[in-house]
Design a protein around this ligand. Structure first.
Ligand code: IMP
Length: 427
């Protein structure tokens, strides 16, 4: 039995795509279980760059089964375009399966996401405006449309009539804007349903069968722990559960089946969207890291906020995810720096604390306590073994592992699959 969950330990964009792609080489099945096309993974394979938002990165391996499980919210237009994008580049999607229970992002979700953000003005959450939050709201309110509904004309009609009426009233009364025509939405989403139908399956059965059959199953987390709706910096979070427990719910797998939980740690921190970020460097150092790391959103193109590594965030992630290993990424982005800082504690109301404060208001008040480590000032992209890394690089990695009390499992030193150091079996 081998079921590995990969989660982001920070605010997303930790380089999970690269780690997942590397692990996917060994996996028989790759599963996405939460989020939607708010995520964006860039995978570089054989010199070709692939940008994926919904389809698991495992799709690039012809023999790997790929699952979009029940916990994902799916924009059918985006899904079908992604399938086409892959086909046009010679990548088959025949091994893709989609849960009939996954919720559909409808056009009113996208519209409401944008309207709500605009109305919030300076208080906005900085969402990706892809309709993610409103789709999960409808799921919780039990008025969502699921992929299976698109395949049943009568059931879909019945559900859509009810929900569209309510959404149109809301658009008119709360936002003074036009609603959606029933016939247009119904016709378009039925057509999407026909195109998606060949992929639809009971994915919980497929995933459990694979695990029980001694296959290697990889759960591909999207976003990061600090964006989790319960364990993140609420309300500046996404509406799903990027933490490890979310994989069990979002895929229909029991926690006793999970064998490893790897946390992806970017060697520095970044964040898109608004909300607190204690180690942010909005200065020349930050600009340098942003440029070296090309820190611009895959999904939105927005420049990301960047700063030093924060081990309060990492310890929090280690605890709420039950991490069994760390995968440190983008270490090469720090190659040119003469000094590197790590926040090892916060100063908060005259005291040093090593945990995240319980409430977001207090996170605004903390001041990071840094320790400074020497930089290595040499390119490390060609290193293939831990022993090849310069001594200051190894010291930095050891310190991250010491401060988080989680062993190192993998190190990424560049964008290509080959720029990866790993020394033990990962499954
Ligand atoms: P939403 O997921 O579009 O509702 O956005 C909520 C928050 O999560 C915003 O701060 C987004 O910038 C952030 N977010 C959502 N998806 C990602 C991601 O894949 N990487 C980084 N941030 C994300």
């Amino acid at each position: 039995m081998s079921a590995v969950i990969v989660v982001g330990t920070q605010w997303g964009d930790e380089g999970k795509g690269k780690v997942i792609d590397f692990l996917a080489q060994q996996a028989d099945m790759v599963v996405r279980h939460q989020g939607g096309n708010n995520a964006g993974h860039t995978v570089v394979a054989n010199g070709n760059e692939f940008k994926l938002h919904l389809i698991p990165s495992g799709v690039l391996y012809p023999d790997t089964e790929c699952i979009i499980a029940n916990g994902v919210v799916i924009d059918p237009d985006v899904l079908l375009k992604e399938i086409e994008y892959l086909r046009a580049r010679g990548v088959s999607t025949s091994q893709l399966r989609i849960s009939s229970q996954a919720h559909v992002i409808m056009p009113y979700h996208i519209r409401l996401d944008a309207l709500s953000e605009d109305r919030l003005g300076s208080q906005k959450l900085g969402t990706t405006r892809r309709g993610i939050g409103p789709a999960y709201m409808d799921k919780a309110a039990r008025v969502g449309i699921r992929i299976g509904d698109l395949l049943d004309r009568e059931r879909f009609k019945e559900r859509l009539v009810r929900v569209l009426d309510e959404k149109n009233r809301m658009l008119a009364r709360a936002y003074d804007t036009d609603g959606f025509e029933f016939d247009a939405v119904y016709g378009q989403y039925l057509a999407y349903g026909e195109l998606i139908a060949p992929y639809v399956a009971n994915t919980s059965v497929l995933i459990n069968r694979a695990i029980d059959g001694a296959k290697k199953v990889l759960f591909e987390g999207a976003q990061g722990t600090m964006l989790d709706i319960d364990h993140g910096t609420y309300p500046f979070v996404t509406s799903s559960h990027p933490v490890a427990g979310g994989a069990c719910i979002g895929a229909g797998v029991g926690p006793t089946k999970i064998t490893q939980v790897y946390g992806v740690v970017k060697a520095y921190t970044s964040r898109v969207g608004d909300g607190p970020f204690p180690t942010e460097r909005a200065d020349a150092v930050g600009d340098r890291i942003r440029e070296q790391g090309h820190e611009y959103g895959t999904t939105t193109g927005r420049p990301r906020r960047v700063g030093w590594l924060d081990t309060m965030v990492l310890r929090h992630a280690a605890r709420v995810n039950g991490l069994t290993g760390l995968a440190v990424t983008r270490l090469d982005v720090l190659d040119t720096l003469s000094e590197i800082q790590i926040a090892r504690a916060y100063r908060y109301r005259g005291q040093e604390i090593r945990e995240l404060p319980d409430s977001l208001e207090h996170l605004d008040e903390v001041e990071p306590v840094y320790e400074t480590l020497p930089g290595w000032q040499t390119p490390i992209g060609q290193c293939r073994r831990l022993e090849d890394l310069p001594a200051p690089t190894r010291r930095y990695l050891d310190r991250v592992s010491e401060l988080t009390q989680v062993p190192l499992t993998l190190v990424s030193v560049g964008r290509e699959r080959t720029n990866t150091i790993s020394w033990s079996p990962l499954f």
